[in-house]
Write a protein that binds this ligand. Structure first.
Ligand code: NAD
Ligand code: TYD
Length: 378
């Protein structure tokens, strides 16, 4: 095997796409999926590659420093791609401690295990990489000084559809000061800073990337898009927070995974790269498109389910607008999103409707019971 890589959080939404890409694209790499299998981790996300000879699953908590150190020694690990995290803002508002434990202490225990193992080798850090996956939410919120939308200064394949607007003059850049608001984004910001500290203090080769909102298959249905597709199918209310005017910048998950592959191999150590599609949507506009697309694919009159929209109390501290400037990544490494948003959304809706069994198992908690029996309590 030419490389031995731990991908943490590989049983989750984005992690499963990254694991699949690496296992299929690099048969000569050993890919170790290290995941605790929390409520968000599901090995059914990886059924198609679980028997590949270059793939191994290890059930482990990223806070288990000794376990990680031993695994790194046993598997002669030379790269870590770190996605494991508690990832849902609403949960972080209810239970911030779990976010600090996993996102901060877990990242720190991975860093320290990598440091001790790599520094014990004759070649030291040469040929090693600690790649930390983070979010645009660490930058805080941008002002919405153009609520009606303006012609954006950038354009990509993701944003090339009918809807192509920016809602403010500012964008998150790699140089934007961190200003997290939710316990989730505060914990991610803290983990990003620890990763940088390991580069600056010990010389560990590290990369941090901050990506915008992802969508696509295998996303846990507590997040906006899969939750709403499932509710539309069942004709259940769609809880829209506040006035539905918050803006998010959406990227198809496989485009994120391709960016991670490119940056892991070609990115410059110690650098930060922003990843996004210049694809801003007000929640309510996205939700209307989602309803129409789902109705059409279900054979219902388009828009028949618009009456499911139900405005509910806003999320506390709800960030107004996220918009990523990913031009550094495009300029330096030539990355571009491959899917236009309306195409990606249709593909996503189709996937959830065709994989009803996946959705039913996840929402019934059946898979939690199954893995509890297989691996014990968690
Ligand atoms: P997810 O919640 O779907 O998956 C997280 C995975 O991490 C799960 O498989 C879970 O079992 C595992 N995990 C959680 N705690 C663990 C622990 N203590 N030890 C080992 N494994 C543990 O998350 P996601 O949406 O796929 O996000 C992956 C990463 O990408 C996160 O770091 C997140 O901050 C970041 N990110 C997500 C988005 C997004 O839109 N989803 C956008 C930008 C960045
Ligand atoms: P979410 O998918 O939770 O991602 P994030 O909070 O990381 O951006 O939410 C996306 C947007 O949708 C966010 O502005 C909150 C809003 N939202 C709702 O209006 N209703 C919901 O039920 C959910 C889950 C989210």
């Amino acid at each position: 095997m030419s490389r031995s890589i731990i991908i943490t959080g590989g049983a989750g939404f984005i992690g499963s796409h990254v694991v699949r890409l690496f296992v299929n694209k690099y048969p000569d790499y050993r890919i170790i999926n290290l995941d605790k299998l929390t409520y968000a981790g599901n090995l059914a996300n990886l059924k198609d590659i679980e028997d590949k000879p270059n793939y191994k699953f290890v059930k482990m908590d990223i806070c288990d420093f000794e376990g990680i150190y031993k695994l790194m020694q046993d598997e002669k690990v030379d790269g870590i791609i770190h996605l494991a995290a508690e990832s849902h803002v609403d949960r972080s508002i209810k239970d911030p401690f779990t976010f600090a434990r996993t996102n901060v202490m877990g990242t720190l225990s991975l860093l320290q295990a990598a440091k001790l193992y790599w520094e014990s080798l004759p070649e030291g850090y040469e040929g090693k990489m600690f790649y930390h996956i983070s979010t645009d939410e660490v930058y805080g919120a941008l002002a919405m000084n153009h609520p009606e939308g303006i012609e954006p200064p950038f354009s990509t394949r993701a944003s090339s559809g009918k809807h192509h607007l920016a809602y403010g003059d500012e964008f998150f850049r790699e140089t934007t000061k961190y200003n997290p608001h939710s316990p989730y984004s505060a914990s991610k910001a803290s983990s990003d800073l620890f990763v940088r500290a390991y580069h600056d203090t010990y010389g560990m080769p590290t990369i941090v990337t901050n990506c915008s909102n992802n969508y696509g298959p295998y996303q846990f249905p507590e997040k906006l898009i899969p939750l709403f597709i499932n509710n539309i199918r069942q004709r259940k209310p769609l809880p829209v927070y506040g006035k539905g005017e918050n803006v998010r910048d959406w990227l198809y998950v496989e485009d994120h995974a391709r960016a991670i592959d490119l940056i892991f191999h070609k990115g410059r150590a110690s650098e930060t790269y922003n990843i996004g599609g210049f694809n801003e949507w007000k929640n309510i506009d996205l939700i209307e498109l989602l309803i129409k697309t789902t109705d059409r694919l279900l054979g219902r009159p388009e828009g028949a389910d618009l009456d499911l929209i139900t405005y509910v109390t806003d999320r506390p501290g709800h960030d107004e607008r996220y918009a990523i400037d990913s031009s550094k990544l495009q300029r330096e490494l030539g990355w571009e999103p491959s899917l236009q948003f309306e195409e990606g959304l249709e593909k996503t809706v189709r996937w959830y409707l065709e994989n009803q069994e996946w959705m039913d198992t996840v929402t019934s908690g059946e898979y939690l019971r199954y893995y509890r029996e297989m691996y014990g309590e968690r």
